[in-house]
Design a protein around this ligand. Structure first.
Ligand code: KG4
Ligand code: ZN
Length: 336
């Protein structure tokens, strides 16, 4: 039962990250170079800029990860890399670098699905956690409920028909004049608002399916702001933020509970950037306690994009021989 040292790279969006993880669960280093300040002035991620920055950063980030872990390239047993979903130009930087390193070191290369990585962040954070469980993956690009039956067996139970939860946060923040990324800004503003102030829609909430839809909510908030502006009525932005957040959170919590019941599991985890949201975590933990479900939420640093979660996932693929070859390519719309 050897513990392998996996180096992983993550460049799917606007963070350049490299990590060293031992035996799948022990983080030796997890270096993240964020481009957020760079993209902020454009109100969102500019793909071309992201790719260029990844190219500039990747070698330095790998060096830093090695130094922080006190390891050499020759200590590495395998190289993992995110190959999708994400921005194609951004993904390609990580994929090309990982291929070069795996080839030069003559070690296995493991392509990792970014969403599976987010789910596996929970395994890094909680040593006692084992499948089966249901994972709510909520990020800027995805809103999915996943039944994790085993370390290498997943079933997509439901996902969004339109906007992702994080995307909804980001878009609403933008129309409210808040900087990118919008999630943390809305959460901050919502803290001083009344979440019962405005009754925004809770799409598909009562429906007996595990799909999400947030475009109607987005329109409702836009209409509310526009009509107030037209009538010259004052708007309490904190109330809008709190009501919007409450609407999203209630749908996410409700569907997650339905998924846990349907999959007949006793454990629920949350993952992805939106898992940083305090109200979401509070509401999930309350409902899970009521329903006798164990609930796990990774710490902030493991919720947002990072390479440690990719290394963790790569380790479990390696254990069952799910390795890639040098024809590995970026797959921007990779499915679970
Ligand atoms: O997982 P992530 O870092 O990147 C993707 O894979 O998309 O998620 C980023 C998303 C952004 O949409 C951001 O607004 C959202 O996560 N986010 C939050 C919070 N922190 C980050 N959403 C709500 N509340 C937060 N505190
Ligand atoms: Zn992500």
């Amino acid at each position: 039962d050897v513990k392998r040292l996996v180096l992983a790279l993550e460049t799917s969006c606007d963070e350049t990250s490299a990590a060293l993880v031992l035996g799948g669960r022990t983080i030796l280093s997890n270096v993240i170079s964020s481009q957020v300040p760079l993209h902020r002035k454009y109100g969102g991620v500019v793909p071309e800029i992201a790719s260029r920055k990844h190219i500039e950063n990747i070698i330095g980030v790998v060096d830093e990860a090695l130094t922080a872990a006190d390891k050499k390239l020759s200590d590495i047993d395998a190289v993992g890399v995110t190959y999708g979903p994400g921005l194609v130009g951004a993904l390609l930087v990580g994929v090309a670098a990982a291929k070069a390193m795996a080839f030069a070191l003559d070690v296995p290369l493991i392509g990792v699905n970014h969403l599976e990585g987010h789910v596996f962040a929970n395994l890094l954070a909680f040593p006692e956690l084992e499948p089966p469980f249901v994972a709510l993956v909520v990020s800027g690009g995805h809103t999915s409920l996943v039944h994790v039956r085993g370390y290498n067996t997943f079933e997509l139970m439901g996902q969004t028909r339109d906007d992702a939860a994080g995307e909804a946060f980001d878009k609403i923040a933008r129309v409210m004049g808040l900087p990118y990324p919008g999630g943390p800004e809305i959460e901050r503003l919502a803290a001083s608002g009344n979440r019962h102030a405005i009754a925004f829609p809770r799409a598909l909430a009562g429906k007996d399916n595990l799909e999400f839809s947030f475009s109607g909510l987005k329109s409702a908030v836009l209409n509310y702001l526009n009509s107030a502006a037209q009538k010259g009525e004052p708007v309490v932005l904190a109330d809008v933020a709190a009501s919007f957040q409450s609407s999203i959170v209630s749908v996410l919590v409700n569907k997650t509970l339905q998924a846990a019941r349907k999959a007949a599991v006793d454990t629920v985890v949350v993952a992805g950037g939106v898992a940083a949201n305090g109200e979401l975590k509070r509401e999930l933990s309350v409902i899970c306690e009521q329903e006798n479900l164990r609930f796990f939420a990774p710490p902030l640093a493991l919720c947002t994009d990072n390479a440690a979660m990719i290394a963790c996932r790569a380790n479990y693929k390696l254990l069952v021989g799910k390795v890639s070859d040098l024809t590995l390519n970026a797959v921007p719309s990779l499915k679970l």
